[in-house]
Design a protein around this ligand. Structure first.
Ligand SMILES: [Zn+2]
Length: 204
């Protein structure tokens, strides 16, 4: 992404990493988290431009996580990565197994793939990208607690991508990393609201 993509109205430059205005930049606050399970996010192109995108924020804190565009996921390197053994797609739908029952076995899975987009975009990408369509699926059975979010999920069990990562990692025994990710998400919500001039929600 070019810095120009983050300049609106020619006046306020946005940080090219976190996409916030410089005064609200979160990059210096992001922890460095290294979970045992690898993370790969395939992000819809529309998400790349949105300030509210949470995969971008998660990746600030996860130096080993990989972000792929749909084209990259279709390319040889993306296909090779996503088809490597013990890779699971975290997305509910037919055939998905509940993470709460640890269907991957005794050791944590090597890799979790996530699709980042609206509910419909995520499902379409998972169906149309062969490397994603071939993966065994997991879902989070327990609905998330109430949390500050920039978008209202379409279903009660809906989560932002960073929340899905955190809740999945917590089930893999990485509670501390999960807490740090959720704390970063809360700071992001607050920063975006302040940037937009919206008062902070009670308890947010
Ligand atoms: Zn930044």
């Amino acid at each position: 992404v070019t810095p120009r993509a983050f300049t609106r109205g020619g006046a306020v430059a946005r940080c090219p990493r976190c996409a916030l205005h410089a005064v609200y930049c979160l990059c210096g606050e992001a922890p460095r988290l290294r979970p045992r399970t690898g993370l790969v996010v395939v992000r819809h192109l529309h998400e790349a431009e949105k300030t509210s995108n949470t995969a971008r924020i998660a990746l600030l804190a996860l130096p080993d996580a990989l972000l792929l565009s749909p084209d990259e996921a279709r390319g040889p390197a993306g296909e090779a990565l996503l088809s490597s053994p013990d890779t699971w797609l975290l997305l509910d739908g037919p055939g998905a197994l509940p993470m709460e029952e640890a269907p991957w076995g005794a050791r944590p899975p090597a890799r979790l793939a996530l699709v980042d987009g609206t509910w419909g975009q995520a499902r379409r990408m998972a169906a149309r990208l062969p490397a994603l369509a071939a993966l065994p699926r997991l879902y989070l059975r327990a609905p998330p607690p109430a949390r500050a979010r920039l978008r209202q999920p379409p279903t009660p069990g809906g989560r932002a991508t960073i929340e899905a990562m955190a809740d999945a990692l917590a089930l893999l025994g990485e509670e501390e990393i999960a807490r740090d990710l959720l704390a970063l998400q809360a700071r992001h919500v607050e920063a975006v609201r302040r940037q937009r001039g919206v008062p902070r929600a009670p308890g947010a």
